[in-house]
Design a protein around this ligand. Structure first.
Ligand code: C2G
Length: 143
């Protein structure tokens, strides 16, 4: 059984995430997602998420491609994760290609970077939804 591992926040789950997870699963037979905790997002990634960790975890666990979700609590845990879960391949989106946060894992397993899906991101969704926020008073039922 070939075991694959990927990392991320996966907030406001969108088709860019889904396509990444689908292709990550295609790299093996068992896909583990190390999901950034709320604390890690806030303290290290400077991200405040719309959905908290439990909700993001539940959404990922509902996907056919995901076999296990574990917490990503810090930048340093990856080599331990690879060894503890007998991981063959770590998969990340291309925005991480060549990153020192992943390249060192090549001493422990294969590291594969897949093209990011263009045109969608959690940030873009948040910005566009904010732009279409109803102007107060326009959604009142006319007298
Ligand atoms: N992704 C993608 N296409 C998009 C958006 C995201 O392929 N349009 C990929 C990212 O490259 C990443 C995964 O989906 O591999 C999760 O994206 P994020 O939730 O933004 O994760 P990120 O903040 O990159 O966290 O230690 C590593 C970090 O936890 C990765």
């Amino acid at each position: 059984m070939k075991r694959v591992l990927t990392y991320g926040t996966f907030d406001l789950l969108h088709y860019g995430h889904i396509r990444l997870l689908k292709r990550a699963k295609e790299q093996g037979d068992y896909l583990i997602v190390a999901l950034s905790t709320d604390e890690f997002n806030l303290s290290e990634k400077g991200k405040t998420t719309y959905h908290n960790f439990e909700t993001r975890k539940e959404m990922l666990e509902a996907l056919r491609y995901v076999d296990l979700v574990i917490p990503e609590k810090n930048w340093e845990q990856k080599a331990d994760d690879v060894q503890n879960f007998f991981v063959d391949t770590v998969v990340m989106g291309g925005d991480w290609a060549g990153s020192t946060k992943f390249e060192y894992l090549k001493d422990y397993c294969d590291v594969v970077y897949l093209d990011r899906t263009s045109g969608v991101s959690t940030t873009k969704i948040k910005e566009e939804l904010k732009l279409h926020e109803p102007v107060s008073g326009t959604n009142q039922i006319p007298e």
